[in-house]
Design a protein around this ligand. Structure first.
Ligand code: HEC
Length: 151
């Protein structure tokens, strides 16, 4: 009789364990929380910031085409200096200068007049390219396509 109760208890206990491995709550919630990340290993803080910067630029290009005024400088872009880079990748000794150049270029574009808009926009894209020629050359072809033709 006693062994039967222990056996039932053991089966229940194993059942709970099996159920937990099939439905690990934490895995489910973290999978739901990060469906937008293109990198299965998780992206660095800097990679995520880059995607915001890329979006700001493509939005800017679309705005210029329809004659819309630039969006204000996103203060979050100040983080280009401090955002953590992917493991195993490092910032060169010129990184700070490239980052300064980029921040300045975005501010110039954001405060441009209709006359200087295309020029300041292209300067902004050039500053992406300048840094990328030294760091992370992968996205260079994509960034080059962001340039606007000067009329
Ligand atoms: C100051 C240097 C610097 C500037 C300026 C810069 N980048 Fe980057 N970018 C990097 C570095 C370094 C990485 C790699 C980040 C990492 O792996 O943590 C990167 C990564 C990227 C990526 C890949 C992100 C991913 O999904 O992993 C894209 C796309 C990108 N940059 C686009 C741009 C665009 C567009 C601009 C201009 C609007 C720009 N970058 C300006 C340094 C820069």
């Amino acid at each position: 009789m006693k062994t039967k109760i222990i056996l039932v208890g053991l089966i229940l206990f194993i059942g709970v364990l099996v159920f937990q491995t099939i439905h690990p709550e934490s895995a489910i919630t973290s999978a739901l929380a990060d469906t937008t990340d293109v990198n299965p290993n998780g992206s660095s803080e800097l990679s995520k910031l880059m995607r915001d910067m890329q979006k700001y630029t493509t939005d800017a290009k679309a705005d210029i085409k329809v004659g819309k005024a630039p969006a204000a400088y996103p203060v979050g872009f100040d983080k280009v200096h401090t955002a953590k880079i992917s493991d195993g990748v490092s910032k060169s000794e010129y990184y700070k200068q490239f980052a300064d150049l980029y921040v300045m270029a975005v501010k110039n574009y954001a405060t441009s007049t209709p006359e200087t808009r295309v020029e300041t926009y292209n300067n902004m894209v050039s500053s992406c390219l300048a840094c990328h020629s030294q760091h992370c050359p992968g996205p260079v072809p994509v960034i080059k396509k962001m340039m606007l033709e000067v009329k």
